[in-house]
Design a binder for this molecule. Structure first.
Ligand code: AMP
Length: 415
């Protein structure tokens, strides 16, 4: 669909916001921003399908700020936010907070951030100051509400970010409790990677007459991500990872494993193979996670091994390589995973190591992305054989690799 909008200024955002955008260097709104910003500015509810990487955070942050400054209240109250942004994870909370701070730097808006896994006392102390926008994970928010440090009775705008993930993580009860605490008359924005039946159900309960926007499909089939599958038996996967990283000289690789234990084990094994690696998952302390991410971003650590939940919300710009050590059980998670790369104009590769037992998962993924993922054979060998062979001999093998398409149900049906 051709777009009429050329610049952020065309969206009618307030000048101080346009200045903040200009400071970031972004020249044009992304698709989700172009669609969502005017609708949120109008004041109605919004149901938006958009994944991480589409620019969705600014898609709600900018119009929310616009609305708050257009209708300033004379006296702000302590612990009584006007906008509540509910997020599933601490990492996403930190990312949204950074985004709000970026765009609100020229406007008198105060933001606070509360999430679990860290001391509550510091958050209580910070809440002694008036707050306009509160970014929170559900559990810690309810703790603070229970202790009367936060009052949700004046919330004008409620944002549910990555609502699908909140459901996956079992936050539905907390979400319902929170819904009961915010005013009935409010603006609600629900962002989700997909419009599943559960999300539709949630939207009927929580939103009133919402407008819908969706950019998921386009992102799903991201042309910027070069996807491939290597067939390899489970015990040979680690050797293949080491081989790929060393021969292709990949310097920044995010690897997904199914389990926390698997993430730890792979990180340890890669370190033994002289590849610097760290693991990031829910059992790690916030300090350990933040450090692992900082080391990965700075290049001190070459590989970050993560579970799906931990990786959610990680803001790593232009990540070049993603490896699916195991395929995810939920096909949509594959889309999230590869969405970590090929962002904002940069190209990326997403490699999946698949063993025979994972074939049904691969088929499910191909149905979701509506295309077959090419199988790569190195020098005519399968990943299995490569893993068993001496790595150094195959240094330039990827360049000579042959790519062929398997006939998958998705490809055969032409869907
Ligand atoms: P998000 O989907 O909100 O996680 O954003 C993905 C990335 O895109 C973030 O690193 C943003 O800083 C970046 N971004 C957001 N809006 C734009 C834009 N209009 N142009 C270029 N990059 C953007």
């Amino acid at each position: 669909m051709p777009s009429e909008v050329q610049a952020f200024a065309d969206l009618g955002l307030a000048d101080p916001l346009l200045r903040a955008i200009s400071d970031t260097g972004y020249t044009a709104p992304t698709q989700i921003q172009e669609q969502a910003i005017p609708k949120v500015m109008d004041g109605g509810d919004l149901l938006a399908a958009a994944q991480t990487g589409t620019g969705k955070t600014a898609g709600f942050t900018l119009p929310v700020l616009h609305r708050l400054i257009s209708d300033p209240i004379t006296k702000r109250r302590v612990g009584t936010p006007r906008c509540l942004v509910l997020v599933p994870t601490r990492e996403l909370a930190i990312q949204v907070d950074a985004s709000v701070k970026t765009y609100s730097k020229h406007v008198p808006i105060r933001t606070e951030l509360v999430f679990g896994g860290v001391s509550i006392n510091r958050q209580i102390a910070a809440l002694k100051k008036p707050v306009d926008i509160l970014i929170a994970t559900p559990g810690r928010l309810l703790d603070l509400v229970g202790q009367h440090h936060i009052h949700l009775s004046k919330v004008e705008i409620l944002v549910l970010d990555e609502a699908d993930r909140m459901l996956d993580m079992g936050f539905i009860r907390d979400m319902k409790r929170i819904m009961a605490l915010v005013p009935k008359t409010r603006q609600t924005l629900l962002f989700s990677a997909t419009f599943s039946n559960e999300i539709r159900k949630l939207a009927t309960t929580f939103l009133s007459n919402p407008q819908e926007v969706s950019v998921a499909r386009r992102n799903t089939a991201s042309e910027l991500v070069e996807q491939s599958v290597y067939w390899v038996d489970k015990p040979k996967k680690r050797a293949l990872v080491t081989h790929l990283i060393k021969t292709q000289q990949w310097s920044q690789v995010l690897i997904f494993t199914k389990t926390k234990h698997g993430a730890n084990r792979l990180a340890t094994q890669l370190n033994k193979d002289a590849i610097t690696a760290d693991a990031i998952h829910g059992n790690k302390s916030q300090t350990a996670r933040t450090r692992a991410l900082a080391d990965f971003k700075s290049g001190k650590v070459q590989v970050l091994v993560a579970t799906d939940i931990a990786a959610r919300g990680l803001d790593i710009k232009a990540l070049p390589h993603v490896i699916n050590y195991e395929l995810p059980h939920v096909a949509e998670d594959y889309v999230h995973r590869i969405g970590r790369t090929g962002r904002a104009g940069s190209t990326g590769t997403a490699v999946s190591l698949v063993d025979a037992n994972e074939l049904p998962l691969l088929k499910a993924i191909e149905r979701v992305i509506k295309r077959a993922i090419p199988t790569v054979e190195l020098d005519g060998h399968t990943g299995h054989e490569i893993a068993a062979s001496a790595p150094e001999k195959r240094t330039r093998s990827k360049k000579r690799s042959r790519t062929r398409r398997r006939k998958s149900p998705a490809a055969q049906s032409g869907s």
